[in-house]
Write a new protein. Sequence first.
Length: 295
Amino acid sequence: MRYGIPSLGALQAFEATARLGSFSRAAEELSLTHSAVFRQVSGLEERLGVTLFTRVRRRLVLSSAGRDYAGRIRHHLEQIEKDTSSLVARASVGHSLHLAVLPTLATVWMVPRLAQFARLQPDIAVSLSVRTLPFQFTDHPFDAAIYHASGMWPQTKGFKLFDEGELIPVCTPSVAAQGPVQELLHLHMSSRPDNWRDWYHTQNVTPSLKLHAGPRYELFTMLLAAVRAHMGVALIPRFLVEAHLQSGELIMPVAHRLQVSEGYYFSYPIHSDPPEALLIFARWLADNKTDTLYA
């Protein structure tokens, strides 16, 4: 047992009791006796030195500390369940892959291509989970990752999918008609707060102090949705908006582009031998990584 961490049985008994509001119902779910669950929860309270439940007119009620702790423990137990299921699936079948992906790239670029892979390799199941920040493979249950960076992650093997190329200003025609781009509301990407400033500086233009007053969005899908909702102008990778430009739904109010050096990469850890399913997927992805990028 790690120092300070209660037993898994005690945490399961507490979470079930908190969720079901009854020692008896928790005992039934866990296939334990009422007294066993009561002892586990009482022991947990004693170990933590915190009151997790109070009795109000014979009802079991979570304390404020207990309510917060229950939510956190439930989240971790669910993650343990997911990790265990993923491990069992890979061990028993050997044809299951779990990839960490960027949400917008997955929706616009990866998922449409997976249909072809599924037809070619129907015995290999590819699951996707969102990760927007770098991580260590040793700390997460992923076989591989697709991410945005200036180069390959350390201690990984893989290849570049494609260069991001350029960010372009886009908005709806009705927004563009409101005036010069400098006067439009600028929408921002939270993880790239300096994009607009760099876009202006490459034109030797000093942006207005109001530049950073616009709203910020965590994902490009959110940013694109805001643009399509006539909320302002945004800098977005061209490959994400090409279809909207072709249809005329969106336009470039000015032609100036911001060239970027980063790209999108696929990699997997080198600390262990990759499963055959991962090598098959990597070969397929390498053969299809840049086809019809702007389709």
